[in-house]
Each structure stands twice: as structure tokens, then as C-alpha cells.
Ligand binder design. Structure first.
Ligand code: ADP
Ligand code: MG
Length: 248
């Protein structure tokens, strides 16, 4: 058996009296697209925050490439190649798409200004390639704030790819996106996985999207791991159906 790229083992996290994650375990093998679903408030975003080092966990362990990362901070984990995107986008609206891309690269032991000067051509070239990849090349000189919400999500995705992640955690990538852009986004996620070799763990509320995208899906409910399996396993799992029906 090979070590999974990401292994979450018995992770718990509470906020005051609210147990957001209780004894959660999951694994993400390298090269795959894995899904994470569950009703609102079931603890999905909290789990992402724990994985990327945004807050400490109360118990359990998290390993990435076989190394324990549960005590590491966000920048250190990002440098190892583990990044996330947000449910709400985090692009700089008053900067152009190209400038958003330029400032997304990691600047290890180097001031931002020095890094940009030194690697200007390389960074710009990669930024243009990735904007092309997500279909935003023609908009590269527009202010990010002038893009539609869906286009901002594509930009945020391209910004994450600037860091050459091994594992990217996507928090509801299609939420709030115009249905016509959703298929394009799914196609880009699949191509990033296939051609750039990025492993994906995707939180998704749209069942059609996650059933098509992920080969294995974990389902949270009330902070607990309710079920996991193939898309068809979960579609036919009464506990999963009840969790979703109960949530609406
Ligand atoms: P999901 O992403 O599945 O909708 P969240 O992980 O955002 O769920 O939230 C799980 C639970 O944890 C909710 O009850 C939420 O209110 C609570 N929670 C999340 N983050 C915080 C926080 N920073 N402080 C207090 N409670 C939080
Ligand atoms: Mg969430």
C-alpha cells in the first residue's frame, strides 16, 4: 500500500461549545479528485482550515506526503505544496488579473519586490499561460473587480496554480457561478488534475457536479463523518439522502 498524499486521522475541532469536527478521518491518494460533501454547517470548511494550518486542531493528526503537518502554519504548509481556495473569492479587485497572478507566487526568504524584479519574465510568462488555461487571457489587463463572480473564481484558481500545488483544496468552487460557466470550470479542474498533475479535494454543494467530478466522496453531517464511497454508493445511501433532506 502506498502512503496517501493527504491523511487526516481522528481530527477534532471545537469552537467554544460547538464541535465543528468530531474524530474525522479521510485520505486523498496522489493524482485523484476526491469530494467532500455535507449540509451547511456540517464542518467542511473547518476541516479545510485545519488541514492548511489556519487554526490548530484539538486532537488527531494530519500528514501530507507522509510528514506530520498538524502543528505547522499556513505559509509552511503552502510551501510544501498544499493550498486552498475560498468559498468567497479572495482576489484584489483594484489590481489587474496579471498583477493578481504575479503576487500569488511564493516568496520564500525574499522580499516581494526583489522576487518580482528577479523573476519578472518567468513569472509573467507562467501567469499568461495559466490565464490562458482558465480562459481569462483576453481579460489579463482588466481589474479583477470588473470580472464576473465566476470569472473571479477562475482567476483565484489560476492564482493557486501559480504556486504549483501538489494538492489543492477547493471550497465550493461552483457556488454562486452562472450555470453556463460551471461546465467550463469543471473541465478546467479535470484538466488541471490530468495535465498539471494537481490532486484535488473538492467541497461541493452541487450534487451533479461532485458526482461527475470525484471518484470517491466523503460526506459529513453535524461534524461527524457520515459515510464515504463512490458517487453511486453515496447516491443510494439512505443516511446521506436523509442528511440532505433533513437540511432543507
Ligand atoms: P460548512 O463549511 O460545512 O458549512 P463550517 O465548517 O463552516 O461548515 O461550520 C461548522 C460549524 O462550526 C458551524 O456550526 C459553524 O457555526 C462553526 N464554526 C465554524 N467556524 C467557526 C469559528 N471561527 N468560530 C466559531 N464557530 C465556528
Ligand atoms: Mg463552508
Amino acid at each position: 500500500m502506498t502512503t496517501p498524499l493527504l491523511q487526516v486521522t481522528g481530527v477534532s475541532k471545537a469552537f467554544g461549545g460547538v464541535v465543528a469536527n468530531n474524530d474525522i478521518s479521510l485520505e486523498v491518494p496522489e493524482g485523484r479528485i476526491i469530494g467532500l460533501i455535507g449540509p451547511n454547517g456540517s464542518g467542511k470548511t473547518t476541516l479545510f482550515n485545519s488541514i492548511v494550518g489556519f487554526h490548530p486542531i484539538d486532537s488527531g493528526s494530519i500528514s501530507f506526503c507522509g510528514d506530520d503537518i498538524s502543528k505547522k502554519q499556513v505559509p509552511e504548509i503552502a510551501r510544501l505544496g498544499l493550498l486552498r481556495t475560498f468559498q468567497q473569492t479572495r482576489v484584489y479587485g483594484l489590481m489587474t488579473c496579471m498583477d493578481n497572478m504575479r503576487i500569488s507566487v511564493p516568496h520564500v526568504n525574499e522580499g516581494l519586490r526583489e522576487m518580482l524584479a528577479r523573476h519578472r519574465d518567468e513569472v509573467a510568462e507562467r501567469a499568461e499561460e495559466l490565464l490562458e488555461f482558465v480562459g481569462l487571457y483576453s481579460k489579463r489587463h482588466l481589474m479583477a473587480g470588473d470580472l464576473s463572480f465566476g470569472q473571479q473564481k477562475l482567476l483565484e484558481f489560476a492564482m493557486a496554480l501559480m504556486n504549483e500545488p501538489r494538492l489543492l483544496l477547493l471550497d465550493e468552487p461552483t457556488a454562486g457561478i452562472n450555470p453556463t460557466l460551471i461546465n467550463g470550470l469543471i473541465d478546467r479542474l479535470q484538466r488541471a488534475n490530468e495535465t498539471l498533475g494537481v490532486t484535488l479535494l473538492v467541497i461541493e454543494h452541487n450534487m451533479r457536479v461532485i458526482m461527475n467530478l470525484a471518484e470517491h466522496i466523503y460526506c459529513l453531517a453535524h461534524g461527524e463523518m457520515l459515510a464515504d464511497g463512490t458517487p453511486s454508493d453515496l447516491q443510494n445511501d439512505q443516511r446521506v439522502i436523509d442528511a440532505y433532506l433533513g437540511a432543507h
